[in-house]
Design a protein around this ligand. Structure first.
Ligand code: MN
Length: 748
């Protein structure tokens, strides 16, 4: 991108305007107006960053001002945070020290700036361990002062808003870590608006084409959606007015990212994402005691007018989400037969939903009530930090588990309420109660019925844990645990006899290799370490001993693929999982490697011509041309192409960011195999009809067909040879028109 040039006068005007806008937002807030210190912080930062520019060509100071504005207007924090935001890059980027900040602005602001400096440079370094270490630092500072992480969130949000002026390769990395860490963290902190925007911006840079397409579709359908909404809303307004309620009712549009997520998860087109229609009612309520009752009164008025969807009422009033979210959700059928989701909240609940715990504190100030859900979550994190994992990546995954989970609530026999992630088991409850109870757990009683320790729990279950002194913790228990706390405590217990597990793993590994005529020599062990992205053989044997790494045929296939020259059958299977099934595939292409000196800033063009390819299709997600993909340079300097959505790619992105390449497909297309899953009601002749449409009408080459029919329902796996994703999309569309077919979608 070309740098814009501004005259000093223009720059002066831009900076003053941005600063004034930030200030006027602050002046409208309920905070005490501490103008003097903000003014000083602004002047200090401006002087410190003088003459420095962002990549876009703008004066650097515009960035801290924008961060301060987000901190004040979008998160709702006060003068201390505004000052820290204005100063957040001063220690990192200039000669000023934390001591300088402290002498000018006092201890509190200096501590926050110090925290922000320590976690700067992005959560992810190039090495995996550095990444986890940074993350640990981040969470530790979070315990000191949550404002550090809130300001960091604002910093990231502004960087994402201005990501367009970065290099494409940087864009991928930043968008990736935003989606991997920051968006879940924002969610956990209850910053719903920020979480949504971060996800949407990451999506925009990771899948620019789809992003554009979905936004165009949203715009194109806006008129119709508005009509539907108005018809729905008019009678509701009458009812609410009759109640004497002061309220605001608005139509809500789902974000492009959440629409796309739903399309992907359910394999449905845009038109079928049915809860596109959503409304929100935010009402005024001076007396906190009436909030809940009013929500249910509104609910009752709406369900008098429209038919209620029986399974979609969510009562976040009686049991708020762990991030503090409270509201009443219901889904009703609108006048045109569309399902419409309605969220009902008081103004206070709404502020909480959009600004998270920052808003919560605002209301709690002076009431002495400190013990929030957030505080107890932070305690869990502290717990994990107190039992540091020897493997840095484990630690990261453990934390991530905590960030992503959505919750259920169960009761102990004494009636104590415990919040756990979805999928939590009796064993999780045992470890939640105490390490000793966890390690000696033999079974449980759920609602007075005896169940195994692996039993998954439902919200509302009453759970009792049964223990026995003779019980010992088992490595495979890790599979039954959904809580980070449980996993941490189990690992700690197992580590006590880690040595024994390593020995067992080593023995299992040798015996396994033996079956295939292989020896566990250095060569083989090193290859498996590389395959599993591990560094130490003890870690490998330990994970094998714990069954965390499966000894499967696919390991041998990958191992031999790495050993033999390209062109062998096994390496062929590696590149193309269908190759062994369909004999007609043309001669296996030769794969060229990339030079050490490859320029990662350039977009790498994926080509395949005359039997020579410069990439390998990842066997886990096998993308085809047209898919959004990312390249990963493996140990043999081959470029492995993964779908951007592939979980393995996500992991590689966060751990081996330095080996990533932004890639695009060239326009010359060789054909690829794609699998399509078709389901429907069986009837005479349906197969002939399908084949006729595919091979005669659409002239698509069918390479494999596998049909099973069961009690009138058929399921079909179809393998076809196609140029790109467009052909697959068109094919699915045609197939869905066949009478009896319920669904047709590409398989992964
Ligand atoms: Mn910054």
């Amino acid at each position: 991108m070309e740098n814009k040039k501004f005259t000093p006068e223009e720059e002066e005007r831009m900076v003053t305007k941005a600063y004034q806008e930030m200030l006027s937002g602050y002046l409208q807030s309920n905070h005490r107006k501490k103008m003097e210190i903000i003014e000083r912080a602004f002047k200090f930062a401006r002087e410190a960053h003088k003459g420095v520019r962002r990549r876009s060509g703008e004066p650097y100071i515009l960035h801290p001002i924008a961060v301060a504005r987000i901190v004040s207007q979008e998160i709702g924090l006060g003068s201390t945070s505004i000052c820290a935001a204005l100063l957040h890059d001063v220690v990192e980027d200039t000669d000023y020290t934390v001591e300088d900040i402290e002498s000018q602005f006092g201890k509190k602001i200096a501590q926050i700036v110090d925290g922000l400096t320590k976690i700067s440079g992005g959560i992810f370094g190039d090495r995996a361990s550095a990444q986890a270490e940074n993350f640990r630092k981040l969470l530790l500072t979070m315990n000191n002062d949550i404002r550090v992480i809130l300001i960091k969130m604002a910093d990231r949000l502004h960087n994402m808003r201005t990501l367009g002026s970065m290099l494409p390769s940087k864009q991928y990395k930043i968008a990736g870590e935003t989606l991997y860490i920051y968006a879940p963290l924002a969610h956990r902190l209850g910053l719903f608006a920020i979480k949504t925007e971060l996800e949407d911006l990451s999506f925009k840079y990771e899948h620019p084409e789809i992003y554009k397409q979905i936004n165009e579709q949203i715009a194109a359908t806006a008129g119709h959606r508005n009509e539907v909404y108005e018809k729905f809303a008019a009678p509701v307004r009458e009812r609410l007015a009759a109640m004497g309620l002061k309220y605001e009712m608005t139509a809500r549009v789902k974000s492009a990212y959440s629409i796309w997520n739903k399309m992907e998860a359910k394999h449905i087109p845009f038109e079928e994402v049915y809860d596109l229609y959503a409304a929100r009612i935010v009402f005024k309520c001076d007396n906190e005691a009436d909030e809940k009752k009013l929500c249910w009164n509104i609910y009752s008025e709406i369900t008098d007018l429209y038919r209620l969807h029986p399974d979609r009422t969510r009562d976040w009033l009686s049991t708020p989400k762990a991030n503090g979210y409270r509201a009443l959700h219901l889904t009703v059928m609108g006048p045109d037969g569309n399902w419409i989701e309605v969220q009902i909240r008081s103004e206070k609940m709404n502020e909480m939903a959009e600004r998270g715990f920052a808003a919560h504190w605002k209301y709690k100030i002076g009431e002495g009530e400190e013990e929030s859900e957030l505080a107890s979550w932070l305690k869990t994190i502290q717990d994990i930090l107190d039992n540091p994992e020897p493997n840095a990546l484990d630690f990261l995954d453990t934390i991530k588990l905590n960030l992503f989970s959505s919750e259920i609530v169960i009761f102990t026999p004494k009636g104590e309420l415990v919040t756990l992630p979805v999928g939590a088991t009796v064993l999780d409850v045992a470890f939640y109660l105490h390490s000793e109870i966890g390690t000696h757990c033999i079974a449980g009683k759920v609602n007075h019925k005896l169940v195994p320790l692996s039993q998954k729990l439902q919200s509302g279950d009453q759970v009792e844990v049964l223990t026995s002194h003779s019980q010992q913790p088992q490595p495979e228990w890790i599979n039954f645990l959904a809580t980070a706390k449980g996993k941490t405590r189990l690992r700690a217990a197992l580590r006590r006899d880690r040595r024994a597990v390593i020995e067992r793993g080593e023995k299992d590994f040798a015996a396994f290799l033996n079956q295939y005529g292989l020896e566990p020599d250095n060569n083989v062990v090193n290859k498996v370490l590389a395959m599993e992205h591990l560094q130490h053989r003890d870690d490998l044997f330990f994970m094998i001993g714990c069954n965390e790494i499966a000894l499967s045929d696919s390991m041998i296939v990958r191992l031999k693929g790495k050993q033999q020259a390209s062109g062998s059958l096994l390496s062929k299977i590696l590149r193309n999982p269908f190759a062994n099934k369909s004999k007609n595939v043309d001669a296996e292409p030769t794969i060229t490697t990339v030079p050490d000196s490859i320029d990662k800033k350039q977009t790498y063009v994926l080509t395949s011509e005359n039997g020579v390819s410069n990439y390998i299709i990842a066997p886990c997600c096998h993308p085809i041309p047209g898919d959004d993909v990312v390249g990963y340079i493996d140990d043999d300097r081959h470029v492995i192409v993964h779908k951007l959505t592939c979980p393995n790619a996500m992991r590689l992105k966060s751990s081996f960011g330095g080996r990533l390449l932004s890639t695009k497909w060239d326009n010359k297309r060789e054909k690829f195999l794609a699998s399509i899953h078709i389901e429907g009601i069986d009837r005479m002749g349906i197969l002939q009809e399908l084949i006729y449409i595919i091979s005669t009408n659409m002239a698509i080459n069918i390479r494999g067909l596998n049909i099973t029919a069961n009690e009138g329902v058929f399921s079909c796996e179809l393998t076809v040879l196609v140029e790109d994703t467009n052909v697959v999309t068109a094919l699915c569309k045609q197939v869905k028109k066949v009478k009896g077919v319920n669904s047709a979608a590409r398989m992964n």
